[in-house]
Write a protein that binds this ligand. Structure first.
Ligand SMILES: Cc1cc2nc3c(=O)[nH]c(=O)nc-3n(C[C@H](O)[C@H](O)[C@H](O)COP(=O)(O)OP(=O)(O)OC[C@H]3O[C@@H](n4cnc5c(N)ncnc54)[C@H](O)[C@@H]3O)c2cc1C
Length: 332
């Protein structure tokens, strides 16, 4: 493992913002990851840093960047169980301008199943591609999501109409409180849009996940993967921390606008704030629910812009937008 003192964290995030960690440890295998978890205190975990905003003053204590990468096919003909497609709440008001998934969605739930065990630091794009190369499908819907498998589980990410939890079988986690590895079964935990059991239990650090995937049509799956990337690349800027705000509830939107609206639509159409800047942080011209770093942005620029958006929505419509990204370090 690599160990650095007083080391800048910005390079380890997609938005390229963040002050130093007192100690940064980069682990390359699960053994190293568990070792680092056992032998340090005051720990913050970083996957690929694609859903975080790290403070300009950095993070006190030890940051462990999890770069363990392994994929193991553990059972090629498990007893099949019904695929539970939960349908995500993600939506776009202008699919022709943003993302239209309806034309590339299909059902593969009748295909033979396969169980695959993946270490939590494995980058999602690597996992998808390497599984497709082996004829294993299911994860193609999560194209162009720059996180690790651990981050995908922690956030229960969504792609197209699917949640990551639709494919989870079980999760192994290191319990910081007792130093033990514990196994959790997907069916015993609650999963919601962008929410998982692990967000409520920060003492549990995900080390491995076992996914129930398909021996499906990998040529079709790769077509979907590529088609989805070519749509997303136009509207989801990589120099960001992903979507800033969750969409407000359907009930609230129906009261205000007669139909469900996305946070991006509200910022764009109701505030007219597409392109608005605070310092080097800007509401993306590609998609108003993304804030990009124009090269000089600080975490304070981004958090001030987020606060301005929240205040404006609160003043105009009397509700609070819920921030999806995780703030790490001190923002007071
Ligand atoms: C261009 C772009 C497109 C995106 N598209 C999507 C999308 O379509 N759908 C979607 O849902 N998200 C999307 N995201 C958001 C983001 O990529 C996902 O949430 C991703 O899964 C985060 O994973 P990560 O490894 O980068 O986590 P990080 O940002 O590194 O960490 C996020 C949180 O997870 C915790 N964490 C990470 N690993 C572990 C672990 N092993 N155990 C316990 N806790 C852990 C961290 O402590 C932190 O609190 C997008 C982001 C970008 C920049």
């Amino acid at each position: 493992m690599e160990v650095f003192q007083n080391h800048p964290l910005a390079p380890y995030t997609t938005i390229k913002i963040g002050g130093p960690a007192d100690t940064l440890i980069i682990t390359h295998t699960t053994e190293e990851f568990i070792d680092a978890l056992k032998n340090n205190q005051n720990i913050t975990i970083l996957g690929n840093g694609s859903n975080v905003l790290i403070s300009d003053s950095g993070i006190r204590g030890t940051v462990i960047k999890n770069s363990s990468q392994s994929i193991e096919i553990i059972d090629t003909s498990p007893i099949p169980i019904n695929f539970n497609h939960t349908y995500t709440q993600r939506m776009e008001n202008e699919p022709d301008k943003y993302l239209d998934f309806s034309k590339i969605d299909y059902d593969e739930s009748s295909k033979p199943q396969v169980l695959v065990k993946i270490s939590s630091g494995t980058p999602l794009p690597f996992a998808i591609n390497s599984l497709l190369d082996q004829g294993i499908t299911g994860l193609q819907w999560f194209a162009y999501i720059p996180g690790t498998v651990g981050g995908a589980t922690f956030y229960n990410i969504h792609g197209g109409t699917y949640h990551f939890s639709d494919y989870l079988e079980s999760i192994e986690a290191f319990n910081l409180e007792n130093g033990q590895i514990e196994t959790f079964y997907k069916k015993d935990l609650e999963w919601e849009y962008e929410k998982s059991f692990f967000q409520k239990h920060p003492n549990l650090i995900i080390t491995f996940v076992t996914l129930r995937l398909f021996k499906g049509d990998s040529v079709l799956a790769r077509q979907v993967y590529n088609a989805w990337i070519s749509q997303k690349v136009k509207v989801q800027p990589m120099n960001s921390s992903g979507s800033i705000f969750a969409n407000p509830s359907k009930e609230l939107c129906e009261k205000l606008w007669g139909e469900q609206k996305s946070s991006g639509w509200i910022i764009d159409h109701e505030l007219g704030w597409k392109g608005k800047q605070v310092g080097g942080a800007q509401i993306s011209l590609q998609h108003s629910n993304f804030i990009v770093n124009n090269g000089t942005a600080t975490a304070k620029d981004v958090s001030d812009l987020i606060t301005e958006i929240k205040n404006e929505v609160q003043n105009k419509f009397k509700f609070t937008l819920h921030t999806e990204i995780k703030f790490l370090g001190n923002f007071s």
